[in-house]
Design a protein around this ligand. Structure first.
Ligand code: NAP
Length: 241
């Protein structure tokens, strides 16, 4: 039964720390471990003790590379990518094929899926040899097995692509390190900027960002390295691909 332990970790890379869930994760991790240092890349500054923030107007391969150059000497025990969006200046999720646009689909995939393997490539040699977790926030709607409603083409497909990419990363890294935990986690419906417009018709529980952060940490620190490559719900349940 080997797992990562929150009390033993020293360095966390957290992307999306300016967001609802990312911000709550930042607070939760720093509160639970007084020795922890958190590193981040953000479009807006994050000023807090024990947080090292590189500000860049765009998060892409170039700014991720600047981030890794700035913290080249750091060995990370935990990497969490919470960056993601459902609606931006290009519009909101598609209700039907009528709403599809090439530009929108490309941007969904760039932000919600592509940034993660680009980060994985760059961070490979900065992961602790003692054991690490590499986590991204996916979404239940990415599940093809549980899709009964349709719509939301770009968001669903980009998160499904993210799951596929995470599975592949888990296989590559698992060959050389058995203490490697690569997880795609659905945080549960959470009251944030991303979801507020869409939560009005939700009949299941809506979590606060603090609840979501606690649940995500329970999943990360409660899951054995042997389950690397899983797509997990906020309560630890495996979600169908
Ligand atoms: N809330 C939910 O119910 C829910 C459900 C399932 C999955 N999720 C997933 O959970 C993650 C966190 O979402 P949240 O609810 O916390 O949303 P949020 O409050 O809107 O936070 C989103 C984060 O992603 C960043 N981001 C968005 N687009 C970006 C871009 N183009 N470039 C760089 N950074 C960008 C934001 O940065 P800025 O502050 O600079 O905009 C922010 O840090 C997302 O991946 C989302 O898909 C959320």
């Amino acid at each position: 039964m080997e797992k990562l332990e929150l009390k033993n970790i020293k360095n966390v890379l957290l992307l999306g720390a300016s967001g609802g869930i990312g911000g709550a994760l930042l607070e939760h991790l720093l509160t639970c471990n007084n020795d922890l240092q958190v590193y981040t890349l953000s479009r807006s500054p994050i000023e807090r003790a024990r947080v090292h923030c590189l500000v860049a107007p765009v998060v892409n391969e170039q700014s991720l590379s600047q981030l890794m150059a700035a913290y080249a000497a750091v060995k990370f025990d935990l990497v969490i990518n919470t960056i993601g969006y459902l609606e931006n200046e290009l519009g909101g999720p598609e209700k039907s094929l009528r709403d599809i646009s090439e530009e929108k689909l490309i941007e969904y995939f760039r932000v919600n899926a592509i940034l993660t393997p680009v980060l994985a490539k760059m961070i490979r040699n900065n992961l602790s040899s003692e054991g690490y977790a590499f986590v991204c926030l996916s979404a239940m709607v990415a599940s093809m097995g549980e899709n009964e409603l349709g719509g939301w083409y770009g968001y669903r497909a980009s998160k499904a692509a993210l799951n596929s990419l995470m599975k592949n990363i888990s296989i590559e890294w698992g060959r050389t390190n058995k203490k490697s935990l690569v997880l795609a986690i659905h945080p549960g419906t959470t009251q944030t900027r991303l979801s507020e417009k869409f939560n009005t018709r939700v009949t299941h529980k809506i979590h606060s960002p603090q609840e979501a952060a606690e649940n995500i940490c329970q999943v990360i620190f409660g899951t054995e390295f042997s389950r690397s490559g899983s797509f997990l719900n906020w309560d630890g349940r495996t979600i169908a691909w």
